[in-house]
Design a protein around this ligand. Structure first.
Ligand SMILES: [Zn+2]
Length: 428
């Protein structure tokens, strides 16, 4: 599942050197987190497949955490941790095709990584913590190959002081209380990109929203959360009808006691701040659940294709507005097109560059691009093509060419909307 050509050694968007020559098939994380002092200690066991002959490898891990010990079934002669990279040198070359395990003991006071897009990764809350990693914040809490094109399965145990509730992606397999702490055991059986893994602690209680949807929130927010997320299940149903089966068993939302700047999707769940309970943010509830298809199940090979995630998620906001509130998608398109007209037309959303990766124009123009394609093909052909694209890319990786191949002859529309800065006519 690699996409790097041999000449590419660095992620053009995050600026981080790729970790080349291997794939981490599975991560086993066994962590202890003390909330008040914000202290994380853990062991990460990585199940690795060598893709090349390896004399050394690198992993991403923040310099805020210290590596205590490294053990491997392929003997490691030495390791060095500097500049957010953990470099391991093997005693003997590990031949391509070899499967081996790597155990890293590490710990310290985790915290966010400062990036061009703000602080990402591990974050302390007033009373708890969260992880919001897009695009490359996973290395703030475990040693990993922090690139979207490498998906892995996960088994995560987190021991935290009582009475904190721990939320991790995947299924909760069990929790064991010992003394004044509880160990929470989660498993993500389907492949996940590292940036979509999260661990969250807080004074949470879990309650069901619908057959496949649930929330974790402070108990005193329950009534408000139930009101705000009353139609969450219906959103999931709408997108399932439109795009095909929901990719996971269930969908959860974490609502933090703190206000958050933006909500963020993770594998099988999304995180919202208490401020997002206001009805004006209902569109974001639709946006985040849409990412379970577009971004999570259908993962990106490279960040330059971010419009594929955000364009679809944004278009889903408009599909929801039409379904739930009778606002025609064409009206949403027109409204946001007018917003784009007022902004500089100096962005190519098919490859916006790292600085503009999360620019609102990528989101809105990405969504209008989809509408332009829909108008040019007609509803039946467009949605059938998108469903084929979603089915083919399920739990895997996609790139724009995959969608384009399903859509057929759309060259002029595709090029004008995605590869030229000038704004084409509004699709009607
Ligand atoms: Zn989004």
């Amino acid at each position: 599942m690699t996409n790097h050509t041999p000449s590419e050694t660095r992620d053009a968007y995050t600026g981080v050197d790729f970790n080349l020559g291997f794939h981490v098939r599975h991560y086993g994380l066994d962590l202890t987190y003390r909330v008040r002092p914000n202290r994380l200690e853990g062991t990460a066991t990585l199940h690795v497949v060598a893709e090349d002959d390896l004399s050394a490898i690198t992993l991403d891990l923040t310099g805020r955490l210290s590596v205590r010990r490294v053990k491997a079934s392929a003997r490691v002669a030495r390791f060095k941790h500097s500049g957010h990279k953990l470099r391991l040198t093997f005693a003997e070359t590990v031949p391509a095709g070899t499967e081996f395990t790597l155990e890293v003991r590490y710990g310290g006071n985790p915290g966010p990584r400062r990036t061009a897009w703000g602080e990402i990764g591990w974050e302390e809350l007033t009373d708890g913590s969260l992880v919001a990693s897009q695009p490359n914040g996973a290395a703030t809490w475990f040693p990993c190959d922090d690139t979207p094109s490498r998906k892995s399965t996960y088994d995560v145990r987190v021991t935290a002081d009582d009475p904190y509730y721990v939320v991790v992606n995947g299924e909760l397999l069990g929790r064991v209380a010992r003394g004044s702490a509880t160990t929470w055991h989660y498993q993500a059986e389907l492949p996940v990109a590292s940036y979509l893994m999260t661990v969250q602690t807080g004074d949470y209680q879990r309650f069901e929203l619908g057959a496949r949807t649930h929330a974790w929130a402070p108990p005193e927010l329950e009534a408000e959360v139930r009101r705000a997320f009353a139609r969450q299940e219906e959103m999931l149903d709408l997108f399932e009808t439109t795009f095909g089966d929901y990719p996971y068993k269930s969908y959860g939302v974490v609502i933090t006691e703190d206000e958050l700047e933006i909500p963020l999707e993770a594998h099988g769940l999304s995180t919202f701040g208490v401020n997002h309970l206001d009805p004006e943010w209902e569109r974001l509830l639709a946006h985040e659940v849409a990412h379970q298809w577009f971004g999570n199940s259908l993962g990106l090979k490279r960040w330059s294709d971010i419009w594929l995630n955000e364009g679809f998620a944004c278009y889903c906001e408009w599909l929801w507005a039409e379904h739930a509130h009778g606002i025609p998608v064409a009206d949403s398109v027109r409204e946001h097109y007018e917003g784009l007209v007022k902004k500089p037309q100096d962005i190519v959303i098919g490859d916006p560059g790292p600085k503009d990766m999360f620019d609102d124009r990528v989101y809105k123009r990405g969504a209008i691009t989809l509408h332009a394609l829909r108008v040019s093909l007609g509803d039946d052909a467009f949605f059938a093509a998108v469903r084929r694209y979603v089915t083919a890319g399920r739990h895997s990786l996609v790139e724009p060419a995959d969608l384009r191949a399903e859509l057929g002859d759309v060259d002029a529309v595709w090029d004008a909307w995605l590869h030229q800065p000038a704004l084409p006519e509004c699709p009607q």
